[in-house]
Design a protein around this ligand. Structure first.
Ligand code: BEZ
Ligand code: FE
Length: 280
């Protein structure tokens, strides 16, 4: 096909995908072309702006490696990650909601006994975290595997410290026979997402801040139940309504209660749905 115009190029590109054997791939490519072209038309994209967009994505690629995932950060700050999570994690009422995974989970974190201090020397105000893992009918989920990770008082995850050889403020625990868990750690504090790259440039150019409200990350796994990836947020944090990655859910906000000795206590119960795939 020759002499395509701005009026018929979209249909011509879509037609090029007509023979795609994988129906889902065909659907995705067709919609992608449709929406990309509609976007360019809507903003009347100039060639210079198109090139700046290409340059931006090139910089996102260049800064990405196995420790820094700028594409996910871009998806997070555009709300695409949370939209995808929300669409794919609709759970029965009463279940704990999911939120973003984030880039700072690492495989192979140390295993701890209930009551241990997972901070393992990370700077911060001591804090006790406890609660229960339950199913929707209230039944305890004995032995649930609980992965927890968090930033320290300086707003850094251990993996962001180049001098570090040990895992700090992260670990894996097992709930007891009654589904209870408890561990010591440090008080969660608000911190900025990495903003020294192109995503940070985008935030600055649009007068957005990079802060995430204080939170603990949890991933909870138990046979027969759906895996839960979520956070517990700290009530009163000034960034709860403007999280840089749009991850806050009111049901995930908990009180961190200051104790007479200056340490903190937070209690949170997790409710997991039965694994719907297993039931099919
Ligand atoms: C986090 O909470 O660890 C996180 C989530 C999304 C982007 C950056 C950090
Ligand atoms: Fe985080």
């Amino acid at each position: 096909m020759r002499n395509l115009t701005q009026d018929n190029i979209t249909q011509a590109v879509i037609a090029r995908f007509a023979q795609t054997p994988d129906a889902r791939l065909k659907e995705i490519m067709t919609a992608l072309v449709q929406h990309l072209h509609a976007f360019a038309r809507e903003v009347r994209l100039t060639e210079e702006e198109w090139f700046r967009g290409i340059d931006f994505l090139t910089r996102v690629g260049h800064i990405t490696d196995d420790k820094r995932q700028e594409f996910i950060l871009l998806s997070d700050t555009l709300g695409l990650s949370m939209l995808t999570i929300a669409m794919n994690n609709e759970k029965p009422a009463g279940c704990t909601e999911s939120t973003v995974f984030g880039p700072f989970y690492v495989e192979g974190a140390p295993h701890y006994e209930l009551g241990d201090d997972v901070a393992h020397g990370a700077p911060g105000v001591p804090c006790l975290v406890r609660g229960r893992v339950r199913g929707l009918d209230g039944e305890p989920v004995p032995g649930a595997e609980i992965h927890v990770w968090q930033a320290d008082a300086e707003g850094k995850y251990d993996v962001q410290r180049s001098d570090l050889r040990e895992h700090l403020a992260r670990g894996v625990l097992q709930a007891n026979d009654r589904g209870e868990y408890f561990f010591r750690s440090i008080l969660a504090e608000a911190y900025p997402i990495p903003d020294d790259g192109p995503v940070g440039d985008m935030l600055k150019a649009t007068k957005r801040h990079p802060w995430r409200p204080a939170h603990l990350h949890f991933m909870i796994k138990a046979p027969g139940y759906e895996t839960l990836i979520t956070h517990v947020f700290r009530n009163g944090d000034p960034y709860l309504d403007s999280d840089a990655v749009f991850g806050v859910r009111q049901s995930l906000v908990a009180d961190w209660v200051k104790q007479p000795d200056g340490t903190y206590l937070v209690e949170y119960d997790f409710v997991l749905p039965r694994d719907r795939r297993a039931a099919r």
